[in-house]
Design a protein around this ligand. Structure first.
Ligand code: LMR
Length: 398
């Protein structure tokens, strides 16, 4: 049966974990996957999560099937976080939210839903984008193209090119937008530019799909929701995939959500009925534990505050690593200006290192990064930052 099966390439991000785990060097550092580690190099279990988990374990609840779309308390918590508690959108019943298997799962059920609606639409992703965006939408059956985004000369967004491109798209095109902390570049749109993107989507009749995997990692929960807020205020219909992997440090629990903003409560009912069919034929219904923890934290004022404080702590530590790396590179005699690392937002830095330099980091130093030059700043700590700076200095000096 399998004689003709060819070997597939390793995943460009998760495949790095496999190579990293097999590396026996004690000094190795994994700057590949987007995971937050604390200053001791450990993935934290947040205190707010621990408290909710303890209460849950004590209650020992039964493990029946969940509703196909997940429990209402979870959907409500997600909507409050994305659209604001008591907002017109959350009150109107125009938004449907389904619990999903992480942000990736949310993207996938959204993609499958869209494909059932309009299989001939083209999906546009930013150039560059998260490595899995293209593969995921192609796997759902779509043709996937790029829209202009990053400008390596300014290390920012080429907004004029992006906007002109959007204004030239066919109605019904699906446009995947990184709501904050653009992955991989860390270059986000300004609030005013977001306003122009919303208007372009309206003018051309585009289908906006916001990917929100890093809410809270740039400025804060509310500040990072600017794009979502502007789309909400526009009256347009749109999709949001969101994830608690990073913000709750619950990677392996696979907790995310897909929210779809529709035109009316009645429309929302029809959309949810179809989304449920997509979910039922994929994995039936979502797992309980991670979603229950997130819902418990978000619906308790004390735990929510504790979580926001812990999230702020992660955000601040990443910022400190950004400036620390820039300082250390200077101290190691690197002449190239790396100050852009401080301005980039979220977990990543798009360093501009070439694939060959990334390969050299791996071979000579046991430092793993994505071949595009993306490094995860959240994996740096006070113990490894000097070593990483020294290695980068060595590869950029040639
Ligand atoms: C990443 O970009 O590293 C993360 O979003 C993890 C993943 O699933 O790729």
């Amino acid at each position: 049966i399998f004689a003709a099966v060819e070997m597939a390439p390793r995943d460009p991000i998760l495949g790095l974990n496999e190579a990293f785990n097999a590396d026996t060097r004690a000094t190795k550092v994994n700057l590949g996957v987007g995971v937050y580690y604390d200053d001791n190099g450990k993935i934290p279990l947040l205190a707010a999560v621990k408290a909710a988990e303890k209460a849950r374990l004590e209650a020992m609840p039964p493990r029946g099937y969940q509703p196909i779309e997940g429990p209402a308390i979870y959907g409500q918590a997600v909507q409050n976080l994305l659209f604001g508690a008591g907002s017109e959108l959350t009150e109107s019943g125009r938004v449907v939210t389904a619990q999903a298997l992480g942000g990736t799962g949310a993207l996938r059920i959204g993609a499958d839903f869209l494909h059932r609606m309009n299989p001939n639409a083209t999906v546009y992703i930013s150039d560059p984008s998260w490595e899995n965006h293209r593969a995921l939408f192609e796997a759902a059956g779509f043709k996937v193209e790029n829209y202009p985004y990053y400008d390596p000369t300014t290390r920012g967004v080429n907004f004029a090119a992006m906007k002109a491109f959007l204004l030239g798209l066919e109605a019904g095109s699906i446009i995947v937008l990184h709501a904050c902390c653009h992955n991989p570049t860390g270059a986000d749109l300004s609030d005013a530019q977001w306003g122009e993107v919303v208007e372009a989507c309206r003018e051309r009749g585009l289908v906006p799909f916001l990917d929100m995997a890093y809410q809270g990692f740039a400025e804060g929960i509310d500040q990072d929701a600017v794009a979502v807020n502007l789309f909400s205020a526009s009256g347009l219909q749109f999709f949001v995939s969101s994830s608690f992997s990073k913000s709750f440090s619950l990677y392996g629990e696979r907790v995310g959500a897909l929210s779809i903003v529709t035109a009316s409560k009645e429309e929302a009912g029809r959309v949810m009925s179809q989304l449920k069919r997509v979910i039922r034929t994929n994995y039936s219904n979502p797992q309980i534990h991670g979603g229950a923890i997130v819902a418990a934290v978000l619906s308790s004022p004390e735990l929510r505050q504790q979580w926001e404080d812990e999230l702020a702590g992660m955000r601040d530590r990443i910022r400190a690593m950004r400036s620390g790396l820039v300082e250390q590179l200077k101290a190691k005699g690197v002449e190239q200006d790396f100050s852009f690392v401080i301005k980039q937002r979220g977990m990543f830095s798009y360093t501009g290192l070439s694939a060959a330099q990334v390969e050299q980091l791996k071979n000579d130093f046991g430092i793993y990064a994505v071949s595009t030059g993306r490094i995860c700043l959240a994996a740096l700590n006070s113990k490894n930052i000097g070593y990483v700076a020294e290695a980068i200095a060595a590869v950029v000096k040639g």
